[in-house]
Design a protein around this ligand. Structure first.
Ligand code: ZN
Length: 161
């Protein structure tokens, strides 16, 4: 298989920047991203931009917030008493934590600590942002039946189980 289509396993490098061109994150620091195409494993704008590409392709794509991490939702910002965090050592602004809620485990970030109150934000850190991706497609292969069944990649860069 040479081009990216449903059930391709894709290895890629990406750098994501905000609309001012400031780098937010890059796979070049943490190792290539491996994903199974067509299973909602990536943000929609990036997955759409990858369809039909092949190994060796390099491209840039602008992705609006709605096709990236969605709009911010202010109901996902909460202010709680600092006593709720008594078990956390060195609580500080910018710290990322996980909490059990009615919706399961939710990741959030501490955004403010004032007068014994802590503000936490469960929005994705890139929610509400228009993004620019700079992508290198490293390799493309066909997924195994087991990978398709699980909906994710096995082996290097994927799940080991
Ligand atoms: Zn699996």
């Amino acid at each position: 298989m040479s081009t990216i289509e449903k059930d391709s396993v894709v290895e890629l490098h990406y750098t994501v920047k905000d609309h001012d061109g400031e780098t937010l994150e890059s796979s070049r620091e943490n190792g290539a991203l491996h994903y199974l195409h067509g299973h909602n494993n990536l943000i929609p704008g990036l997955e759409n931009a990858l369809a039909g590409r092949k190994a060796g392709d390099t491209f840039m794509v602008d992705i609006v917030a709605d096709e990236a991490y969605g709009q911010r939702n202010e109901t996902m910002v909460h202010t709680v008493d600092i006593e709720s965090f008594a078990h956390i050592e060195d609580l500080s602004v910018g710290m990322r934590l996980q909490g059990q809620t009615d919706q399961g485990v939710v990741a959030f970030m501490v955004t403010d600590i004032t007068d014994g109150k802590v503000t936490v934000d469960a929005n994705h850190p890139l929610a509400g942002m228009d993004l620019k991706f700079d992508v290198d497609v490293v390799s493309v292969r066909e997924a195994s039946a087991e990978e398709i069944e699980h909906g994710h990649v096995h082996g290097p860069g994927g799940h080991h189980h």
